[in-house]
Design a protein around this ligand. Structure first.
Ligand code: IPM
Ligand code: MN
Length: 349
């Protein structure tokens, strides 16, 4: 590609705060490529909750057109109104973007070195309970029905993504996480599809876990023995990756690729943190999630060396040297101060 257009979608709440800092890091790492015009950063400003609510559209048509002109996207968290909120009928912009761009694989790494954990989750990203913007049926006041939809094709393609990753990275195991003892059809078929694709990867062992046990026992070395790559339906992937992120160091440390055959979007796995905003602590949000997403984006467009450099700098800033302490409390480093430290560290390595 002669020119790579990176769409920047700041999102809502702490999204805007951490995005400012993530973009500073991106600019620091790619100074030359941006100056030469090889990489273009293009702000997409229409995806704010204010604009979406004014238009009563979660993904306004003209904004989606702008988004499709980009090659890759860096995205901050966006408010997803829930029942009882203002605009409860607005469906999730996150889901619409994933579905609209056919980003069927959410790839979420979790590393907990002291527990010997280095996992990569492959969350199916557009089916399950998230299908059709999750529009269920309120049959009557007493009866609500939501859908869970799982197709063979959708299951096979996330499975293939997981096995390909395992093969390329010398991983020996793919673990399927479901609730197939209860959700017999959708999850049963998911397992069947993953096992079928797995036949093409005979060197990779397949094992299964149930989602409730996975959440409860993920740190138990007997239970998690051999787990390296995990493939799971959409909603379980949502929940299990949050649990795993908490063990890694907090939701603010975890990032996600959203990959399809044409587009790719990189983001933090957490939400907009209204609690931090309403308590005046938004400026203390952990930006590591979105900064690591910058690294993933760079690796995706061919700059694996910069991702490595950034990961090394973040490890220095959060583990080995750790000269500033980042929490959400005002006595510790702010989002900006922590990012200053990351950029200074990048300059030194
Ligand atoms: C995530 C988020 C989203 C999801 C929300 C914001 C729609 O929690 O990326 O994990 O449920 O997928
Ligand atoms: Mn989530």
């Amino acid at each position: 590609m002669d020119q790579i257009v990176v769409g920047i979608l700041p999102g809502d709440g702490i999204g805007r705060i951490i995005m400012d800092q993530a973009v500073r890091v991106l600019k620091a790492l790619m100074e030359e490529e941006i100056a030469s015009g090889h990489i273009v950063l293009r702000p997409i400003n229409g995806m704010t909750i204010e604009n979406r609510a004014a238009k009563l559209q979660s993904l306004p048509d003209e904004v989606f057109e702008e988004i499709k002109q980009c090659d890759v996207l860096l995205k901050g968290p966006m408010v997803t109104p829930r029942a009882g909120d203002l605009w409860p009928n607005l469906v999730s912009a996150n889901s619409l973007l994933r579905r609209g761009l056919e980003l069927f694989a959410a790839v979420r790494p979790i590393r907990i070195p002291e527990k010997n954990i280095d996992w990569t989750f492959f969350r199916e990203n557009i089916e399950g309970e998230y299908i059709w913007g999750n529009k269920g049926i309120q049959v009557n006041e007493d009866l609500a029905v939501d859908f869970k939809v799982q197709t063979r094709q959708g299951s096979e393609r996330i499975a293939r993504a997981a096995f390909e990753f395992a093969r390329k990275n010398g991983k020996k195991n793919v673990t399927i996480v479901t609730k197939a003892n209860i959700v017999k059809l959708a999850d049963g078929n998911f397992i069947k599809a993953v096992r079928k694709v797995g036949e093409e990867y005979p060197e990779i062992e397949i094992q299964e876990r149930l989602v409730d046990a996975m959440c409860a026992k993920m740190l138990d070395p007997e239970f998690n023995k051999g787990i390296e790559v995990i493939v799971l339906p959409n909603l379980y992937g949502d929940i299990v990756t949050d649990v795993a992120a908490e063990h890694q160091g907090g939701l603010g440390t975890a990032s996600s690729s959203n990959l399809g055959n044409k587009y790719a979007m990189f983001e933090a796995i957490h939400g907009t943190a209204p609690y931090l905003i309403s308590h005046g602590r938004g400026e203390y949000a952990d930006p590591c999630s979105l900064i690591r997403a910058v690294g993933m984006l760079l690796a995706h467009i061919g700059y694996g060396d910069r991702k490595k450099k950034l990961d090394d700098a973040l490890d220095i800033c959060t583990i080995t040297e750790r000269k500033v302490v980042l929490t959400t409390m005002p006595e510790d480093a702010s989002t900006k101060e922590f990012t200053d430290y990351v950029i200074e560290t990048l300059e030194k390595i």
